[in-house]
Design a protein around this ligand. Sequence first.
Ligand code: C2O
Ligand code: CU
Length: 427
Amino acid sequence: MVAPGDVEVEPGRMYRTWLYNDQFPGPEIRVKQGERLRVTVENRLPEDTTIHWHGIPVPNAMDGVPGLTQDPIRPGETFVYDFIADVPGSYLYHSHVGLQIDRGLIGSLVVEETHSHVDYDREYTLVLDDFLPGAPAALTNRGPGPLRGGGIMGRGMMGGMMSGMMGMQVPPYTGLLINGRLPQDPAAFETRRGERVRLRVLNPSGATTCRFAITGHRMIVVSTDGRPVQPLAVDSLDIGMGERYDVIVEANNPGAWTIMAVAVEASLPPAQAVLRYEDAAQTSPAANAVPEGLQRGRVLDLFDLRALEETETAPPNRTIDLTLFGGMMGSAWTINGQAYPDADPIEIHEGERIRVRMVNQSMMIHPMHLHGHFFRVGGVLKDTVIVLPHMGRVSLDFTADNPGKWFFHCHNIYHMESGMARVVRYV
Ligand code: C2O
Ligand code: CU
């Protein structure tokens, strides 16, 4: 059920928003690899809604894009999603209507593998989110309240209004959450010395790329966007909207430690949670402890990762060049100068191998997401990839093996809503 409701984001502070089954984030959905998932969605919101099963290559009619793959679910109506969850891994589900992601309509979806590619003793899911108190409003029509700017990407002279005009507009978030909790009342994840803890780190936030690290521990990356990779130890990693990373933390440093996510493009108080050893004397982390990995050490470079499975490397039959641009003085966000829905579909044929080459001529990060397919980028398979600002380039390859009309867009929902999207259509 999708309905308005209240959640407590810190002790004594209620937040009225929209919820899946009265929870924020929505309840974690878990299925086993190959199982059939059937979800009945009853819309008790005052608006239309849909659910998108982010990352799962579902049949087109189950993909949840209103006006493209289904009619929106009207207030008072019910819709049943029904598909087989074939590919194991960490996924998301979220509303695909307007800016409803910033109303809290997000959740985690785990497809458990029959034979795990990695050994671990326990696992936790960490849902990162940007906290917007109040209803989201489009930014290009001048966002509510003062604009914020800055962050890791644009410190110094690029503050507030200036960065807004220069294409760094971000929504008026007041904080970052892990599993729906502000740092005043952080979620705690228990472990014991000697264990291997699997963390599924997911970022379904509206407009925030995060840098993620843990005090006193390195992280071994074991999968991205659900797909297994050869283990790689890092001190921190950047996770864009729509991306997921699974990491193993080797619990060999007893105590209570800060888990932290900082916004890369905005100045916001970091999200915090706690990694706590059951047998340790210390029960809460040192105040103001900032993970070493946020200051030095190895930041994950996506192009250092290698898939654990065999990936298709055939050369493309078709190459598509896309220029990502926009945001200047509050203008639209565009792909090749066009703002969706006033944009040409990308036409492909079943069986083709497609290469999409993107260049980002704007000043913001664009996490680009393709529905219905995994693509190969560098040495891994993913469904969402960050294209860095200031002429960042990414090239991705995929096989056209899931016919339909599929959305391809920036997962910053404000960019998506102001035009940075295309339809990929099988003809
Ligand atoms: Cu996670 Cu089209 O979205
Ligand atoms: Cu974008």
